[in-house]
Write a protein that binds this ligand. Sequence first.
Ligand code: G4P
Length: 541
Amino acid sequence: MNKYYQKEIDKRRTFGIISHPDAGKTTLTEKLLLFGGAIQQAGAVKARKAARHATSDWMAIEKQRGISVTSSVMKFNYRDFEINLLDTPGHQDFSEDTYRVLTAVDSALMVIDSAKGVETQTRKLMEVCRMRNTPIITFINKLDREGKSPLDILGEIEDKLQIECTPLSWPIGMGKRFRGVYNIFQRKLNLFQPGRQALAQQPIVINDLSDPALDELLHEQADELREDIELIEGASDPFDREQFLKGSQTPIFFGSAINNFGVREMLNAFVELAPHPGLRAAVPRDVSPYEKPFSGFAFKIQANMDPAHRDRIAFVRICSGKFNRGMKVMHHRIGKNVTFANATIFMAQDREHVEEAFPGDIIGIHNHGTIKIGDTFTEKEILKFSGIPNFASEHFRRVRLKNPLKAKHLRKGLIQLAEEGAIQVFRPVLGSDCILGAVGVLQFEVTMARLKAEYGVDAAYEPVDVGVARWIGCDNQKKLSEFEKENRANMAMDAEDCLSFLTTNEWQLEYCMKQWPNEWQLEYCMKQWPEINFFKTREAI
Ligand code: G4P
C-alpha cells in the first residue's frame, strides 16, 4: 500500500459529540471549528441552531434542510489532522438519526454540564456508543459557573455510565473562584481570563507542583490544587490507551466552552488519543481501512430540497479504499453496479474542487430511493457491514386515514419514510391501523406533513396505549409460535416484516412504574418466556 494513502487514513479523526441538550455541544462545536479555521467568527454555528430551533414547524425544518445537509458533516483540519465532526441532532429533532450517526464514527466526545452531571440523553447516547465500544473523551463544561464538585461528577459518570474515568486535566476552583485548569497530562497550567478568546493564549509550564511560582499565581488555591492532584493521582487509574480504545475508560477534561477555556487542551489530546479509522465489522469478514478496494455503508438518509422528486441524499461512510468522483461500485442489496457520479464530498469549505475521499470521510450520494440505511457498497467483493441497527422506538402514535380511499398512498408513503429512517411503522397482527414509532416526537410532525405534501395523504394521529417496542427472536420455532399465539394483542410486524412486541406503559403499580418505567410488563414477560429474546435493536436488512 502506498505511503500517501496510509498517511491520509492515519490522520483522519471521525467523531460525534454526545450530550444532553444545553450542555454546550453547539458552543463547543463552534470553538472546535474556530480552532480548525473552518469558520471565521464565533456565532456561525449558534445562528444555525437558533434558526433550526426557533420553531418546530415543519416548513421551517424544510427551509433548514439545505443547510442541515451540509452541516451534518463538519470537516476541518487541525494541526496535521483531518477531522470529520458528525452532527448528532439534539433537542426536538432528536431521532433515530442521532443514534445512527454514532454507528459511523470512530470515537465520541461527551459533553457534560458541570452543574447537571449525567443527564438522560447522554445516558441513551452512551448506550449506543457501548454497542460498538466506541472510545469516548469527556469534556466537563461550564466550570465558570458553580457546579457539582469534580470528584462527584467523576463518581456520577462511573456510576451511571459504567465507564472508568481518568482525569487528564483538573479544574482550579469553579464559578467565581475558577482560576483555570491544570493539564495533568502535560504538567502545564492554564489560567482563566474570562471573556478572552483563548486562541492565542499560551499555557504556563509548571513542571513541579511544589514550585513556589504556583503560590504566587494561585495564592491559597495552589495548596488546594496540590491536594486535589495528590488525591486523584492516588485514587484514579492512570490513563490506559488500551482501555480507552476498548471504550472502558474515558479521559476527562474540564473547561468552559463559552469562554474557550480548556478547549484547546482537550482538542490537542483528542487528536492524539482518538483512533484513526480502524477495522469495521462486516459479514463474512472484517474490513481494514488500508485495503485498496473501496467499501462503505449508508448510515443516514436525508430527504432533499425538492420533495416533488423524492430526491434523497444517502450519507455513506467510507470504510476502505479511495473514493474518486464518478467511480462505479456494487450496490449489493439490489445486486447492481451504480455510479457515484453526483456525490457530494463533505470536505473543506470549498467542496467543488475535491475529487477524492478516504476511509473515515463521509460522502453524500443523491438517489431516488434506491439506497436504504445499512446498504453496503464495494468495488466487487460481496460484503455486508454490520452494526448499523434500527433502534427501538420510544414514542408511539396510531395513524388514522381521513380519506379511506387513500390507503394505498398511505402505505407507500409510510414504507418510503420508514426506509429513510424517518419513522418506524408497525402493523399490529390484530386491527388494521398502523402504529408509528419514533425515538423523538418531532418525527411524528415531520412524517404527517410529508405524508400530506409528498403523498397527498390526509391523516391524523391518535394516542395509542403503547410505550415500549422490542423485536422478537427465538431459536425455538415452536416456542415462538406459542408466544405469538398467547400475545396476539401485543404482536405487530414492522416495515420489513420483522416480528415485534408492543406493550403498554399504563400500570397501576406505582412502584413497578418507578422501578421499570414503561418496561414492567416486558420484565414480567421476559420471566415468563425465558427462551424468547427481546431486542432493543435490529440489524438493517
Ligand atoms: P447544546 O448545543 O448542547 O444544546 O448547548 P449550547 O451550546 O447551545 O449551550 C447551552 C447554553 O449554555 C447556552 O446558553 C450557552 O451559551 C451556555 N454555555 C455553553 N458553554 C458554557 C460555558 O462554558 N459556561 C457557561 N456559563 N455557559 C455556557 P443560552 O443562554 O441557552 O444561550 P445564549 O443566549 O448564551 O446563546
